[in-house]
Design a protein around this ligand. Structure first.
Ligand code: FPP
Length: 255
């Protein structure tokens, strides 16, 4: 990962704390984050759920900066799950509108930070405008190398495995892949991001202790860290704390 001074961003106030210095061998390279607790954050303030999601979406650049500053290479965030379609039509359309707006508003800032953004998920029922913003963000940031930010939008872990199995079955059916040749590496190559390795740290704020169909394959060996903070209150120090917890656990296990 390239070094250098981070550009200032207007989305995050200067933070008094600095990231922990973690030896490279104890640093998680890939971190998954479930952006949970927007609804509760809004309810506590007498606001609508959409306002909670809006506040939550505003934390994405903070998360990216936190990752960059501590040296994490890849962050995967759960933006909209295949289960989220079951929410009320108002909440779903609010989330679709917000996702498009947030991407449009944050694209340049993420690009200036050197973040490569990728989308993982099914097109399916996703609004065309959201797909357009996702594609435009991918296109703008494709050559960036400081951090990869995987936005999981209309993503489901079981759906990802189904899609991988179907693609593999098509090749077996066509005679271009022998069933005996199907192993972990072949399955991994057919996930949405074929180059993704294991995710080492899963962070879920809001006090919930579930992985909720997020990255079941990639999280097979991950450390799970649960925090009480609600996502809209998320600050850089929360990621740093989770990374420190990961490093401490890893050290106890002998590195
Ligand atoms: C979970 O909180 C959060 C979501 C279902 C949506 C998260 C989405 C965003 C923060 C914006 C997406 C932005 C982009 C760019 C993809 P919850 O509603 O389940 O909270 P609760 O458990 O407190 O009700």
């Amino acid at each position: 990962m390239a070094g250098g001074t981070l550009p200032a961003t207007n989305a995050t106030a200067p933070h008094p704390d600095s990231p922990p210095r973690i030896p490279a061998g104890l640093l998680p390279r890939r971190v998954a984050v479930a952006m949970d607790g927007n609804g509760r954050w809004a309810r506590e303030r007498g606001l609508s759920r959409s306002e909670g999601h809006r506040a939550g979406a505003g934390r994405l650049p903070e998360l990216a900066r936190a990752a960059l500053e501590v040296g994490v290479e890849q962050v995967l965030v759960y933006g909209f799950s295949t289960e989220n379609w079951r929410r009320s039509p108002q909440e779903v359309s609010g989330l679709m509108r917000l996702a498009g707006q947030a991407l449009g508003a944050q694209r340049a800032e993420l690009h200036a930070m050197g973040v490569r953004v990728r989308w993982s998920g099914r097109p399916g029922r996703l609004w065309k405008g959201v797909i357009g913003e996702l594609r435009a963000t991918e296109e703008l940031t494709r050559d960036n190398q400081r951090l990869t930010l995987d936005l999981c939008v209309n993503y489901g872990g079981q759906a990802e495995l189904v899609d991988a199995v179907a693609a593999i079955a098509r090749q077996v059916g066509a005679g271009t892949l022998r069933p005996e040749a199907v192993d972990e590496a072949v399955v991994a190559r057919h996930l949405y991001q074929g180059d993704s390795g294991d995710v080492e740290l899963f962070l879920r704020p809001s006090g919930e202790r579930r992985t909720s169909n997020f990255l079941p394959w990639q999280l097979a060996h991950a450390e799970l860290v649960f925090m009480e903070v609600l996502w809209p209150d998320f600050e850089r120090r929360h990621l740093w704390e989770a990374v420190q917890i990961y490093a401490d656990r890893h050290k106890r296990r002998g590195g």
